[in-house]
Design a protein around this ligand. Structure first.
Ligand SMILES: Cc1cc2nc3c(=O)[nH]c(=O)nc-3n(C[C@H](O)[C@H](O)[C@H](O)COP(=O)(O)OP(=O)(O)OC[C@H]3O[C@@H](n4cnc5c(N)ncnc54)[C@H](O)[C@@H]3O)c2cc1C
Length: 429
């Protein structure tokens, strides 16, 4: 390993490998430090159509399209207990040229993206972890790196990009990480063989089933294997762990039993991966940039996965960060917070927009609008948001959101006057 590089990227997930590939393609010297050895399992398997332009930019679209990943054309929602069902088709969103996404095994996707960064000239060190980012005053100057024998070494850099995902290395080091005030959930997830799926064209739709207990995802990874997870208030997991039936599988099975839809779909299924747990995963860092450093992807913030936004946000923020870093390095001189602040605004806008839709999923009035076959114009807005159209300043989105949230407010008022019965919405805390 060399002693210095122009750009040091910590973490080789979708965010890190996107930034690395773009900066290395621009001719920058880039080092990626990844603590795992790929391929490795990762949760986050349902992608969005708006990922496609980034995959194209990275030059991996053809590879993805021919890899054999399950194609995803839409999403189906079921609301329990009355089992109201609704389907969003990406073809009905505002940008009809982005009708397709993939359901992926992350071990394979992440490997493909990291190999692409390597192919484009980034130096990638797997099995190496960063203990801490080094600073001179307020300015990041590199990092302390440990290899898998335990030997430590410093690497200096003009810019440090933290792409460590939910480990949030720099967010924790600088005390920037804040838990979401409303979204306080845990998740349990595993892979199952023989679940009853086959929804939508190519059988690739994600199924999201919500009820008072929280919500389930069922993501078809291929004709045999389905990724199944449940998101529910963290307190339920904490309470279960105090009792005798606190294993991840026990809690998972009890939640499945509360959902008639999921119970039916898993009736003949068996796990092919142990059920795992994670908790309190919605948070955001106060600052995304500083002198000589940036946070991208989950290292900046992560939100409840109900709209499968994680990988898309990770890659979009990383691509934007890479563009700005390249611009600054080309101009010469130091890379300071004032040069990077445009990125922070851009990234926070994407997080905020998704957060608004996510909170709507837990709001009975919004569920009512969504599940009651709303007018086509509102369905297009929801389909577009669900496809990932959150960064663009498109007046049509503004108008459609206005209609959606105004209708929800109207139903809330009617319900307050006992003139309308709101449905149950999934719990988030
Ligand atoms: C329950 C759940 C379900 C989800 N479902 C979806 C979904 O369906 N669709 C979707 O798009 N997203 C989903 N997500 C979100 C998705 O997993 C993430 O948003 C996405 O992986 C973020 O990519 P990233 O590159 O920022 O981070 P990661 O993919 O986590 O990559 C970070 C990398 O950094 C490495 N690293 C960490 N610390 C260090 C260190 N100190 N030194 C060196 N390397 C380090 C890690 O090993 C890892 O490889 C889900 C998340 C959860 C919790």
């Amino acid at each position: 390993m060399k002693d210095s590089t122009e750009v040091l990227i910590i973490g080789g997930g979708p965010a890190g490998s996107t930034a690395a590939a773009l900066l290395a393609s621009a001719g920058r010297s880039v080092a990626v430090i990844e603590k795992a050895r790929f391929p490795r399992f990762h949760i986050g398997e349902s992608l969005l159509p708006y990922n496609a332009p980034i995959f194209r930019r990275l030059g991996v679209w053809e590879q993805l399209a021919t890899h054999g990943f399950q194609r995803k054309h839409g999403a189906q929602f079921v609301f329990e207990p009355d089992r109201t069902a609704s389907r969003l088709d990406f073809q009905n969103s505002l940008d009809r040229d982005l009708p397709l996404a993939f359901q992926v095994r992350r071990a394979e996707l992440d490997q493909l993206l990291l190999d692409n960064a390597r192919k484009r000239g980034a130096e990638v060190l797997e099995g190496h972890s960063v203990d801490r980012v080094l600073f001179e005053g307020d300015r990041a100057t590199g990092a302390e790196i440990r290899d898998d024998t335990g030997a430590a070494k410093s690497l200096s850099a003009k810019v440090v990009i933290d792409a460590t995902g939910r480990d949030t290395l720099l967010g924790r080091q600088l005390g920037l990480k804040r838990k979401d005030a409303i979204l306080r959930q845990a998740a349990l997830f595993g892979h199952f063989k023989n679940a009853r799926m086959g929804l939508g064209p190519d059988g690739g739709d994600i199924l999201v089933v919500g009820g008072e207990y929280g919500w389930f995802w069922l993501i078809p990874l291929d004709s045999e294997t389905t990724s199944v997870g449940v998101v529910f208030p963290s307190r339920v997991l904490k309470e279960a762990r105090k009792g005798d039936h606190g294993s991840a599988l026990d809690v998972f099975e009890r939640l499945v039993a509360q959902s008639p839809e999921v119970s039916e779909r898993l009736k003949n299924a068996h796990p092919s991966r142990p059920v795992e747990a994670t908790a309190d995963f919605s948070y955001r860092c106060d600052q995304f940039v500083g002198d000589g450093w940036m946070l991208v992807g989950d290292a900046a913030g992560f939100l409840d996965p109900v709209f499968s936004s994680g990988v898309f946000l990770a890659m979009s923020t990383a691509a934007r960060a890479a563009d700005l870093v390249e611009k600054r390095l080309k101009a010469g001189g130091p890379v300071l917070r004032k040069h990077l602040i445009g990125y922070e605004r851009f990234a926070k806008r994407g997080f905020e927009r998704f957060r608004r839709y996510i909170l709507a999923y837990y709001d009975p009035a919004c569920v009512s609008v969504f599940a009651s076959e709303p007018p086509a114009i509102i369905r297009r807005a929801v389909s577009s948001a669900f496809a990932g159209k959150v960064f663009q300043r498109d007046p049509r989105i503004w108008l459609m959101n206005y209609l959606f949230f105004t209708r929800a407010a109207q139903l809330r008022r009617l319900a307050a006057r006992n003139k309308f019965q709101l449905p149950l919405a999934p719990s988030c805390r």
